[in-house]
Design a protein around this ligand. Structure first.
Ligand code: HEC
Length: 119
């Protein structure tokens, strides 16, 4: 079964030619309702291009961040991203990302690894 899945993955990669850009993990589908990953492409949420490692509330030029996010003053290292993505409301009180959070820690890790490729 595992071997068949691996073969299927290789075939899919070959078909889609996804060698250049990292494949978004399945859990990132929820983020796409509000976020784009191309530089400068703001939507309901700010573009996530270059967000990993950046200071919160600064990376998406032209996006109107909440005062809570703009004034938070911390950077998006792995720990801060993990806390925020698991529980946006409580980790930065008053921020305006209306999202319940990702409950599966493995999915959070997969999303963070993906965000790091957006640069
Ligand atoms: C319902 C819309 C919505 C969904 C769904 C959503 N976000 Fe957001 N996100 C926002 C908004 C709006 C902000 C800006 C928050 C603020 O300014 O207070 C934001 C901010 C962020 C930031 C901080 C950006 C910065 O420049 O500092 C990150 C990182 C982020 N979101 C990641 C995610 C990820 C990853 C997911 C999926 C697991 C997700 N978001 C799902 C709307 C959303």
């Amino acid at each position: 079964m595992k071997a068949r899945l691996a073969v299927a993955a290789i075939v899919l990669t070959a078909i889609t030619g996804a060698a250049s850009a990292a494949e978004a993990p399945a859990a990132f589908a929820a983020c796409k309702a509000c976020h784009k990953v191309e530089a400068g492409a703001n939507a309901i949420g700010p573009s996530l291009f270059g967000v990993a490692g950046a200071k919160a509330g600064t990376v998406a030029a032209g996006f109107k961040y909440s005062p809570a996010m703009a004034g938070w003053g911390k950077s998006w290292d792995d720990a801060n991203l993990a806390a925020y993505l698991a529980n946006p409301k409580d980790s930065i009180p008053g921020n305006k990302m209306v999202f319940a959070g990702v409950k599966d820690p493995a999915a959070v890790t997969a999303i963070i690894e993906y965000l790091k490729t957006l640069k």
